[in-house]
Design a protein around this ligand. Structure first.
Ligand code: ZN
Length: 306
């Protein structure tokens, strides 16, 4: 116990000198109205493109073998996404990978499943089959929208001249998160384990945990090459340095809230807020209050389990 305390204390001290991350990412996600959604295509590197629309960022590998798509936003946007894919070669991806089960990443499955082989972590399929999974109002997906290839630890797709390596990172954003490494193009899609320049949504009801997320990002920082391009689940295409800043933010804000949890109520901690340098991080989907609450609940749940 003492050992853990010392390491928490040390990491708190180290973090005091952390640089503030000031990137403000344009907020184009989670809006409820989709009438004017425009799908914007951006080349990332090598074979890989990213499509921005509404919901999670879509990664696309385009080349001689066809299209592999990572995530598919919402069903109602499928026609617009198909039009964007056609520009890249074909509107019928051979493979569709879901980084996790949330509807803004898997909603198009019921359309794309007609032509594509859907792949995901085992828990994604389970959650898509379960009514009201994670305490959300949801109906089980029809068979056509379910992943038909599932994996537990890792899986490779050899496509468009490179190995696309999927790796499961447990209990971060949810319990079914995958990161995808485009090993030749030097691009990584991190799904919702990474919200670029913003406080993340951690789905505690779907097996997510703030501690687990910090651990996953720390592991990813070791695995991702320093010059790789990173596609976050939400926000602009980023660098390893951006991911480092995000990790620093996770550790430091967690430290602050956990310290206060020893003597203060959640309401009081929220009233005190977080240091000014984190103001911009709270301008996305997850505001500062909600982030404090997430850390509080994640660590309270952990204490209750003991
Ligand atoms: Zn998500």
């Amino acid at each position: 116990m003492r050992k853990i305390w010392v390491s928490v204390f040390l990491s708190c001290i180290l973090l005091v000198n952390a640089r503030a991350h000031s990137a403000l990412i344009e907020g184009n996600h989670f809006h409820s109205n989709n009438q004017d959604v425009v799908i914007k295509t951006e080349k990332v590197a090598g074979n890989v493109y990213v499509l921005f629309g509404q919901g999670g960022n879509i990664g696309v590998s385009s080349g001689k073998d066809g299209i592999l798509m990572i995530d598919d936003q919402f069903e109602r946007l499928a026609d617009k996404i198909k039009a964007a894919l056609k520009e890249l070669g074909s509107d019928k991806p051979r493979f569709l990978f879901n980084t996790h089960w949330h509807g803004d990443h898997s909603g198009g499955n019921t359309v794309f499943g007609a032509d594509s082989i859907i792949i995901a972590h085992t828990n994604v399929r389970k959650r898509l089959m379960t009514p009201n999974s994670g305490g959300r109002e949801s109906k089980p997906f029809a068979a056509i929208g379910l992943p038909i290839v599932t994996y537990d630890a890792g899986l490779s797709i050899h496509f468009n001249g490179e190995e696309v390596r999927a790796v499961h990172f447990p209990n971060g954003h949810t319990d079914g998160d995958s990161a995808l490494f485009f090993t030749g193009s030097n691009v990584v899609h991190l799904g919702d384990d990474f919200f670029a320049g913003r406080f993340p949504f951690v789905d505690l009801n779907s097996g997510g945990s703030v501690e687990g997320l910090g651990r996953n990002i720390s592991e990813l920082l070791k695995q991702i090459p320093s010059d790789a391009k990173i596609i976050p689940g939400h926000g602009a295409v980023s660098t390893l340095n951006d991911l480092k800043n995000y990790h620093q933010m996770l550790l430091e804000t967690t430290c602050i809230v956990r310290e206060k949890m020893k003597t203060k109520s959640l309401d009081d901690i929220k009233k005190e807020g977080l240091p000014e340098k984190y103001k911009d991080w709270g301008t996305g989907f997850i505001k500062t209050d909600r982030w404090i609450e997430t850390i509080y609940n994640s660590y309270s749940a952990k204490m209750e389990k003991k």
